[in-house]
Design a protein around this ligand. Structure first.
Ligand code: THU
Length: 159
């Protein structure tokens, strides 16, 4: 038997500790919550993806009466970025959410499993590590690379 363990480093930063570019990306994610369509959950999520070109592409969750037909903010932003700029990589993504009261969540909002899988594919596609910024009023978690969010991930190397 071999006992193994993973070490997942991440950093929690106060707003004034974030690098200016990261702070701007978080602000874009917060702003994008305003375009959320969330009449069912009332949980408005915004995502902002920074591309290798320097361009920022935003997305928000778009819900549907047929629940699985909705899409999360992260996949909205990443899919839009890849469709609009297929040759650009996503070097960073920021995520923010407002709850049913309209206030930004205290806890940072983590991407769902499906979004993590899509983010992993996007990272593999560009070959560049993606920095992930999860905003909450209690602080922003900064995670370097999708593998920290999705250990033991399935990717194209298995096919
Ligand atoms: N949602 C996102 O857009 N991103 C996340 O990281 C978590 C969840 C959305 C999906 C759904 O519209 C709502 O939040 C409640 O689950």
């Amino acid at each position: 038997m071999e006992r193994l363990a993973l070490h997942i480093p991440y950093v929690r930063m106060a707003e004034d500790e974030l690098a200016p570019a990261d702070r701007r990306l978080v602000e874009s994610a917060k702003k994008s919550t305003e375009t959320s369509y969330a009449p069912y959950s009332h949980f408005c999520v915004g995502a902002a993806a920074l591309l290798t070109s320097g361009e920022t592409v935003c997305g928000s969750n778009q819900e549907n009466a047929a629940t699985p037909s909705g899409i999360c903010a992260e996949r909205c932003a990443v899919s839009y970025a890849c469709a609009r700029y297929p040759d650009a990589g996503v070097v960073a993504i920021a995520i923010a959410a407002r709850d049913a009261t309209g206030a930004f969540t205290e806890r940072p909002t983590p991407p769902c499993g499906m979004c993590r899988q899509v983010m992993a594919e996007t990272e593999a596609r560009s070959g560049k590590p993606m920095r992930i910024l999860l905003y909450g009023t209690s602080g922003t978690l900064v995670i370097e690379g999708v593998s920290a969010l999705l250990p033991f991930g399935f990717d194209g190397s298995f096919l």
